[in-house]
Design a protein around this ligand. Structure first.
Ligand code: GLU
Length: 500
């Protein structure tokens, strides 16, 4: 695989385990790797770490790839999806799915055995369970007691013929020191580290072995991942040492916390990127927000295009202290992005939401819907708001839903009825149904009849939209158009009970 990195350039990877949906922390890891690679003209690799078959979720890899695509985090090597959504390989390298590489890890585990850096462990699950219970009872940290570590080579080879075994890493009783780009020097006491299982009795590697072997074979230069992997790193450092491989550089990104400083986990509500997509976040907004989870520029810039992120990103500006995942701020940022996005583009983003809400969209109403989105833009925080915000324009006139409170307040008295009848007479005569004409005419009308504007505006708005709030009244009338306005007032006059 030498030709993988003939130019000695930066190679980084995102190495998720397909156990469900992509979590916001996973997106942050993927994004930082992506930005680092692009900033350094390096390669960004996707690798699927699916050797833990008990946690494997059908379809999770496909989901993961499509959500990375949706976020715009394109990668250079790894598994891709073909047009039918099936996993495929593109280019010379990949697809880097660990369950397809089991034999490779086995070979390397055997090599460690030969070197004396690892040993076979024949302990039964029952013995290990007993051990764990006793340790817990004695308030000791649960750890393997190295029972099989001193079995002679000869005995080990003999027993291996008939007994199931795992292969464990020999952790030395010494301090293990390594450098982390974000944290500086990090030290772990070898005495407190478990003799890690590298190969399970079913021949599958554990994360540690497969991860290090692949990082080496794929010539990864920088391992950028979440802080939760920091305590695994001394084991990895030892593996590199035993294999006599060059150590990559490590950067452990800070933990993500909820605003109350509790740990952000999959259990604490919806933090999967799919959920945010379903709610109607724009990928650009999500990427911008997530970029700020543990990284900042000197001048604390808040808004970045992807290109700017690529230009400005550096691991030196990543913080060691935990980052707060603040949904309110993310929502605010999304609304800002909505405002900055052209209505044509928002229309494309909003289409699935409109279709899911049952709207029939076609070339005939496309430009009208774009106009409606333009008019409602200030009110759109999430794309899922769009159907509600524009539905009253699109529904047939006799299917408008009238808000109960608004009806009681503005469409219930004899005076309301009188005003609506008079305004109906006025509107029917207006042929230029544009907002300027409408505003002039309606204000004149109020003056001539001696009505306060609010006395007229509110009933009129509720009669044509069913709601007491929304975009400016004259914009609303113009966008609805004369026919709808007239029909709706007529309907209200016919059907409502103005008895108070
Ligand atoms: N498979 C690990 C995960 O699920 C990868 C950790 C690493 O990047 O080394 O995040």
């Amino acid at each position: 695989m030498n030709s993988i990195n003939s130019t000695n350039s930066v190679r980084v990877r995102f190495a998720p385990s397909p156990t469900g949906f992509l979590h916001i922390g996973g997106l942050r890891t993927a994004l930082f790797n992506y930005l680092f690679a692009r900033h350094n003209n390096g390669k960004f690799i996707l690798r699927i770490e699916d050797t833990d078959r008990t946690r494997y979720v059908e379809g999770a890899t496909e989901n993961l790839i499509s959500i990375l695509n949706w976020c715009g985090l394109d990668y250079d090597e790894g598994p891709f999806l073909d047009n039918d959504g099936k996993i495929c390989q593109k280019g010379d390298f990949g697809p880097y799915i660990q369950s397809q590489r089991i034999e490779i890890y086995k070979r390397f585990a055997e090599e460690l055995l030969k070197k004396g850096a690892a040993y076979r462990c024949f302990c039964t699950p029952q013995r290990l369970e007993e051990l764990r219970k006793t340790q817990l009872l004695n308030k000791q940290p649960p750890m393997y007691d190295r029972f099989c570590r001193n079995i002679s080579q000869k005995e080990s080879d003999e027993r291996a013929k008939s007994e199931p075994y795992t292969i464990r890493l020999k952790i030395p009783d010494e301090e293990i020191v390594f450098n982390d780009i974000i944290r500086g020097e990090v030290k772990f006491d070898g005495k407190l580290i478990d003799d890690q299982i590298l190969l399970k009795s079913d021949g599958y590697p554990t994360y540690h072995l497969a991860n290090v072997v692949d990082d080496h074979l794929m010539q990864i230069t920088h391992v950028i991942r979440g802080e939760e992997w920091l305590s695994s790193t001394p084991k990895h450092v030892l593996l590199y040492r035993y294999f006599e491989w060059e150590l990559p550089k490590f950067a452990h990104l800070p933990l993500l916390l909820n605003p109350d400083r509790s740990k952000l986990s999959k259990r604490s509500g919806d933090v999967s990127v799919e959920d945010f997509k379903k709610e109607g976040y724009l990928p650009e907004a999500l990427i911008n927000y997530v970029a700020l989870l543990g990284w900042s520029t000197e001048d604390s810039q808040q808004f970045f295009t992807k290109q700017e992120l690529i230009e400005k990103f550096s691991l030196d500006r990543c913080s060691e202290s935990s980052a707060i995942f603040d949904r309110q701020k993310m929502l605010w940022m999304n609304a800002e992005y909505v405002r900055k996005t052209s209505s044509d583009k928002l229309y494309v983003y909003a289409l699935p939401f409109l279709e899911a809400a049952g709207f029939k969209i076609n070339e005939d109403n496309k430009s009208y819907i774009i106009k409606l989105i333009e008019a409602e833009k200030e009110r759109i925080k999430l794309l899922k708001d769009v159907p509600y915000l524009i539905e009253y324009f699109l529904k047939p006139d006799d299917e408008i839903i009238y808000d109960e409170k608004a009806t009681k307040k503005y469409l219930s008295t004899k005076q309301h009825k009188k005003i609506l009848e008079e305004i109906y007479e006025l509107l029917i005569k207006i042929s230029n149904f544009d907002k300027v004409t409408l505003e002039n005419e309606i204000r004149n009308f109020c003056q001539q009849k001696g009505y306060k504007t609010t006395e007229v505006f509110h009933p009129l708005r509720v009669a044509v939209s069913g709601r007491s709030e929304g975009i400016g009244l004259f914009d609303l009338l113009e966008l609805l158009g004369k026919q709808k306005v007239i029909n709706r007032i007529q309907n209200v006059l016919k059907k409502f009970n103005f008895s108070e």
